[in-house]
Design a protein around this ligand. Structure first.
Ligand code: 23J
Ligand code: MN
Length: 263
């Protein structure tokens, strides 16, 4: 089959609905939960603000438009390698220099929603990933590895989403050995439904924040605050995640979508 035919077949399947497009993006607005770092690190991202410039009024009789106050690491977003000190000297490490071909890539989904329902501190281990591979086959290089936790319905409440008590935040993520294994397998990146790629208590890990430290340090990427992972198959989805081309940016909100075969 010619590559031209492949693309024509894709367009036909999209038109016929045999390939569905699933939105993996949370609404981006004043209610979007943002990360609160531990008190030692007092500077945090502000909440999203959407400022009206005009709305068919005296400031613009024929047009409506807004300007945004928006952190790079806000809502459904992409972590570039330059976000972490471990990735600061890598080539093409800022959000505007990442090769565009990395914005279209397959995804595999590891479902630990039952375990997370029983334990919000759940950590995905390397053995979990190896067990997934025993069932579904080896994870190819250059694919997104997504942790389905069914955490995303909590994103309508900052309190439920961050799930913080006196001991800190309780949200699921990868263990250090899981992240090491993903790097070894050549993953394009890791995606989580929570506010960041790392688990809530990852500041206590060795190294701290392993999904940030080890993946970004290896030139891989992160995706945070994903939604609708329960609508993806374990294998076979194709992700399109296009960040803004922020000059020197360390990350960006994205509109993340998945192409999923149906029927
Ligand atoms: C800065 C420091 C720690 C973390 C994060 C950012 C994120 O989760 C992020 O959005 O990259 S854990
Ligand atoms: Mn981030």
């Amino acid at each position: 089959m010619s590559t031209q035919q492949s693309l024509a077949d894709l367009a036909a399947a999209l038109a016929a609905g045999t390939i569905e497009i699933v939105d993996l993006t949370a609404p981006l607005g004043p209610d979007t939960p943002v990360l609160h770092l531990p008190p030692d690190f007092a500077r945090n991202t502000p909440k999203v603000a959407i400022h009206r410039i005009s709305a068919y009024d005296q400031d613009g009789p024929w047009w409506a438009w807004n300007w945004l106050e928006l952190g790079e690491h806000t809502g459904t977003h992409f972590d570039a390698p330059s976000h972490w000190v471990s990735g600061k000297d890598l080539p093409d490490n800022t959000i505007d220099t990442i090769p565009v071909r990395h914005f279209v890539a397959p995804a595999i989904v590891i479902d630990r929603s039952k375990e997370v329902a029983a334990d919000p501190d759940f950590l995905l281990t390397a053995d979990d990933i190896r067990n997934w591979e025993a069932e579904h086959g080896p994870i190819p290089r250059g694919v997104w590895v997504l942790l389905r936790s069914d955490w995303y319905p909590r994103n309508t409440s900052t309190e439920a989403f961050l799930n913080t008590d006196a001991d800190g935040p309780h949200t699921p993520g990868p263990s250090v050995d899981a992240v090491r294994y993903l790097v070894e397998r050549g993953a394009l990146g890791f995606g989580n439904e929570c506010v960041g790629t790392d688990a809530g208590n990852a500041v206590t890990f060795d190294p701290p924040f392993p999904a940030h430290n080890l993946l970004l340090g290896a030139g891989a990427y992160g995706l945070a605050s994903l939604v609708n992972l329960d609508r993806l198959p374990a294998t076979g989805a194709l992700l399109v995640v296009a960040p803004l081309k922020i000059v020197g940016g360390t990350g960006s909100p994205v509109r993340a979508i998945a192409l999923v075969p149906r029927g």
